[in-house]
Design a protein around this ligand. Sequence first.
Ligand SMILES: Nc1ncnc2c1ncn2[C@@H]1O[C@H](COP(=O)(O)OP(=O)(O)O)[C@@H](O)[C@H]1O
Ligand SMILES: [Mg+2]
Length: 142
Amino acid sequence: MRIVETNSPDETWALAAELADELGPGTVIALHGDLGAGKTCFIQGYAAALDIDEPITSPTYTLIGEYEGRLPLHHIDLYRLSGPEEALGLGLEEYFDVNGITAIEWAERAEGLLPPDLLHVQIKADSHTGTRTFRIFRENEA
Ligand SMILES: Nc1ncnc2c1ncn2[C@@H]1O[C@H](COP(=O)(O)OP(=O)(O)O)[C@@H](O)[C@H]1O
Ligand SMILES: [Mg+2]
């Protein structure tokens, strides 16, 4: 388990860029954390590191955004899902891109439907400061 604290969105971007240098095609990143924790911010930093110019937004009506960069990036946000039952019908597995990176916000809402070698990124915000604590670990280390 790797534990890193960031004190600003810029530092979160820097952490994401570091990971983007280390992780290869086929990686599926499961992001966890409350609303406002910094999941989207992390993915925006990751996208920038992949030379993606298009802004990464949190899609309101679509669950999945696809972006072209040094590697393709699939951004999935499961916030609107009630849980795994609802996730079943989505055919999520089609979006786990073996040639690119898949980053999933609220990944726990699709528990049991995700690949076995997930990289988990858990983010906890300190409510009084801008500090975010990142816990980064592989599924099999959990
Ligand atoms: N260290 C930090 N890392 C990431 N975001 C931070 C940090 N400090 C403050 N913020 C702010 O927290 C918010 C995170 O929002 P967002 O990434 O959309 O959260 P989530 O996707 O988890 O709901 C942003 O407004 C960002 O500016
Ligand atoms: Mg978000």
